[in-house]
Ligand binder design. Structure first.
Ligand SMILES: [Zn+2]
Length: 117
């Protein structure tokens, strides 16, 4: 039922109440390893980054202030390097990203995210 998303999440809110649980679930699903595809510089082959991951990120971000899709298919574990890289790129491209960067910063200053350094 698509309505429940609107019912449960206020527009633009970065936290949903189940996020911490979802985050743990995704990390476990992905074996706490970064799922980003990278090119191996020696072989030229594609492989997963596979560094220890402590971040969970949206594969496709919602646009125009819509709530992000927090379903497992849209989430992947990332190492801190790839997560920073993705966040930097996402915040680089439009006016709304300026606002989003502030949101992301306040999101990551949340005490829940200070446990993993
Ligand atoms: Zn990585």
């Amino acid at each position: 039922m698509p309505e429940s998303r609107w019912f449960n999440s206020s527009r633009g809110a970065r936290f949903n109440p189940g996020w911490e649980r979802t985050r743990k679930m995704i990390l476990e699903r992905d074996s706490h390893r970064c799922q980003r595809w990278v090119t191996d510089w020696r072989t030229g082959g594609r492989r997963k980054c596979w560094l220890p991951a402590n971040e969970v990120d949206h594969i496709h971000r919602a646009e125009n202030g819509e709530p992000d899709d927090d379903s497992p298919e849209n989430l992947e574990a990332l190492c801190s390097y790839h997560h920073k890289q993705k966040t930097a790129r996402e915040s680089g491209d439009a006016r709304i990203k300026k606002r989003r960067r502030r949101e992301v910063e306040s999101w990551y200053s949340h005490p829940a995210y200070r446990t993993s350094a």
